[in-house]
Design a protein around this ligand. Structure first.
Ligand SMILES: C[S@@+](CC[C@H](N)C(=O)[O-])C[C@H]1O[C@@H](n2cnc3c(N)ncnc32)[C@H](O)[C@@H]1O
Length: 230
């Protein structure tokens, strides 16, 4: 399926970027309770491991916006690292949110938002955390998501990104590409996922002149976590 066939639409440019992503609300409900099982079956503990390394880089104060936070398995680790962070947890699946709420440590300052649309997200924050989230979208939608969030800020945000990376230097690249294809097939069958390729998430930031402040790689660079500043 081509980018233009994706069920999301991006309208406008620059300061007036507007993003409407349809049909994602609750589309992950079906797999919410088994998400962790499937993730470990496919990748072992490595998707969590790369996030735990990224979380160590989080600052101690400020407002963190988590995009598509899933079952919230990272919330206790975020609290251990930065108990004073204010967190907004944006998630499209009500069942994922219900599971995430069970993970909150006592004292964590967190607000949940159940939504799949970013156009109404006028959230002022200092940092954005997105793990295995931006890869759901086409390059133009990644751009719109980043621009939409940034347009609501009065100061630059720092981006904490963890995702798959299929760059030319990745070891066992064919095997990794096959794993990614299988994952995409899985999400196509079980959720309302419409994109059949892995976008170059990290390249989006580097090509748009963000500075990569920290780079953490796992699995011979197949999994990467980076902190970007504009
Ligand atoms: C592949 S899962 C990743 C979950 C989690 N970040 C992790 O690393 O385990 C993607 C998550 O993004 C959520 N999601 C998808 N589209 C979304 C949207 N437009 N707005 C908010 N959440 C969305 C899904 O419901 C799902 O929980």
């Amino acid at each position: 399926m081509s980018e233009s066939q994706s069920k999301a639409s991006v309208q406008g440019t620059g300061a007036f970027t507007y993003i409407k992503i349809t049909d994602l609300l609750n589309s992950y409900n079906f797999i919410a309770s088994s998400y962790s099982f499937w993730s470990r079956l496919m990748y072992g503990n490595s998707l969590l491991a790369i996030q735990l390394l990224l979380i160590k880089e989080l600052p101690h104060k400020g407002h963190l916006l988590i995009l598509g936070g899933g079952i919230g398995q990272i919330l206790p680790s975020i609290y251990n690292q930065s108990p004073n962070l204010k967190i907004t947890f944006l998630e499209a699946s009500s069942k994922m949110i219900a599971l995430a709420k069970k993970q909150i440590p006592t004292g964590q300052n967190i607000t949940f938002i159940h939504s799949d649309s970013l156009e109404s997200m006028k959230i002022e924050c200092d940092y954005v955390y997105a793990s295995f989230f931006l890869d759901l979208f086409s390059p133009s939608h990644i751009k719109a998501i980043v621009r939409t969030i940034e347009n609501h800020q009065t100061h630059p945000v720092t981006w904490f990104i963890a995702d798959f990376h299929l760059g030319p230097k990745v070891k066992y690249r064919l095997l990794r590409a096959f794993q990614v294809k299988l994952s995409i097939l899985f999400f196509t069958i079980t959720t309302n996922h419409h994109q059949n390729f892995l976008p170059e998430v990290f390249e989006f930031f580097t090509k748009n002149r963000y500075k990569s402040m920290i780079i953490i790689n796992l699995k011979h660079s197949f999994l990467s976590a980076q902190v970007f500043k504009s």
